[in-house]
Design a protein around this ligand. Structure first.
Ligand code: SF4
Length: 481
């Protein structure tokens, strides 16, 4: 089965802006789903959001977020009467449709809204209609459509209306929706897997416009089920609705390709490699740095999006000062010489750990390269002055400062790189079989692969052996097989 990512897919600008806005609120209520995504809803719930279906359920004076689908004027008026602090996440495209309805009404035109009357967006648009004029045969009407409809379907409906009325103006379906639908329509493989929530209208529409077999999934469990059902097919396209987070898309694609999304390495054996050659340990670290560059490249070619490496632990400060200083100089040199290749290969660098322990000039170099590579999707996460326990302690202290009880989800957000998914696979070289205080929280369900190869000798074949080992395992995450 060949997995192909259909472009464009996933979150549109309107959903992204709504989610960003909501994530900045505290103690807030959300009127209806912010966007139609169970993943986003769960995330907001874990941040203390409460979801209501009626503005009357929001206590007077509270913060209320209006969803990306918009609300009717009567809801706005009621919110004002109740003294609610309104955070308006209405998508600008939906807001434009509201303006169109108002303008038609001001001009005295009867308005026809094309869409699903049960959808929140359509209810909001209908709420804008004032005057209640009935269309007369041969008369002029204004037409507005639900933003996520199929453009072809809208065109057909408008043509039907033109038989009886003079259609004055039509607000188009949203461009983001149209582009995603066109990409799906153009895919000519054996099947398409559409990722997204079942209550998302634009996700359902993607299923409807596909010209081949369609599978759907709203969770990783469903992705695995779909993968089994699609086994043996040729080309399979993957797309996602406009409210589906990219992190879910990435995890699903990795699962379908049976490639880990995130591989972490404990790069052990540099010192022994050098000693076996009668050289200073720092020579081993230099050779190890070269291996790291190659490993990042090999992982990229195999579709692995996140690579995390354990470069220098909090315990490593106990090593002889000369070795510690030599390593800091090596990090600084690597940043200087490898920044260009990170940009060329579109890899984002992130350094995590207790940065305050590092020399100031090194900190500045790190920040410079992080800024330079900030926009790239693939990520290299380098743990320097890092300890798994230290990370948990730092997160716990932040929770205490915040004065809030934590849940697993909210605690995770206090870790050094909360947006990076947990490693699927941890590879440790040089024959040691310990975790050594590496990503203690994040590796709760990771698979481990140990090899006797010393890190500087770690080859492309060794990586493939580790990946084969990973793909042969059945990950249950504590569930039942
Ligand atoms: S799909 Fe279009 S209308 Fe809906 S939120 Fe996204 S940009 Fe806005």
């Amino acid at each position: 089965m060949k997995i192909e990512e259909i472009v464009p897919h996933g979150m549109c600008a309107g959903v992204r802006a709504a989610v960003d806005l909501a994530m900045r609120q505290r103690d807030a209520y959300c009127l209806h789903s912010l966007v139609h995504s169970e993943i986003v809803t769960d995330e907001l719930k874990s941040r203390g959001f409460r979801f209501v279906e009626d503005v009357e359920e929001v206590p007077d004076g509270a913060v209320v977020v209006f969803s990306a689908h918009g609300v009717s004027p009567s809801v706005r008026a009621r919110a004002a009467e109740k003294g609610l602090k309104v955070v308006d996440a209405t998508c600008p495209v939906v807001a434009r449709a509201h303006r169109a309805v108002r303008e038609f009404c001001e001009r005295g035109l009867p308005v026809v809204v094309i869409g699903d009357p049960a959808h929140v967006e359509v209810k909001g648009l209908l709420g804008e209609i004032s005057g209640g004029r009935t269309p007369e045969k041969g008369g002029r009407i204004g037409v507005v459509c639900q933003t996520t409809l199929d453009a072809g379907e809208v065109a057909r409906r408008v043509e039907e209306l033109r038989r009886d009325y003079v259609v004055d103006s039509v607000s188009d379906v949203c461009p983001a929706t149209r582009e995603r639908q066109e990409a799906v329509r153009a895919f000519d493989g054996d099947a398409i897997l559409v990722l997204g929530s079942r209550d998302s209208a634009n996700t359902r529409r993607l299923c409807e416009v596909a010209r081949c077999r369609v599978f759907t999934a709203g969770s990783m469990e469903e992705v695995k089920k779909a993968r089994d059902q699609m086994e043996g097919l040729g080309r399979v396209g993957v797309t996602s609705g406009a409210s589906t987070p990219e992190s879910f898309f990435e995890s699903a694609v990795s699962c379908l390709r049976r490639v880990p999304l995130h591989v972490a390495f404990i790069m052990d054996g540099n010192g022994r490699w050098a000693q076996r050659r009668g050289k200073e340990r720092i020579f081993g670290h230099v050779a190890g740095a070269r291996t790291l560059s190659r490993v990042v490249e090999w992982c990229g070619r195999r579709g692995i999006r996140y690579v995390t490496v354990y470069a220098f632990s909090t315990e490593n400060w106990r090593r002889p000062k000369a070795e510690g200083d030599g390593l800091m100089r090596l990090f600084a040199k690597m940043l200087k010489t490898r920044a260009g290749s990170l940009v060329e290969n579109r890899v984002r660098l992130r350094v995590v750990g207790r940065r305050g322990d590092l020399p100031e000039s090194l900190r500045e170099s790190i920040e410079r390269v992080e800024r330079l590579t900030a926009g790239f999707e693939r990520q290299l996460v380098v743990c320097i002055s890092y300890g798994g326990r230290a990370e948990i302690v730092d997160a716990a202290n932040r929770a205490v400062e915040d004065g809030r009880k934590v849940t697993e989800e909210s605690f995770r957000r206090l870790l050094y790189a909360p947006d990076v998914p947990d490693p699927d696979l941890v590879v440790r070289t040089s024959g040691e079989r310990r975790v050594s205080n590496f990503l203690l929280w994040e590796c709760a369900y990771s698979e481990y692969h140990f090899t006797d190869v010393l890190w500087p000798d770690f080859s492309e074949r060794d990586l493939d052996i580790a990946l084969d080992d990973y793909s042969s395992r059945h990950r249950r995450r504590g569930g039942v097989a």
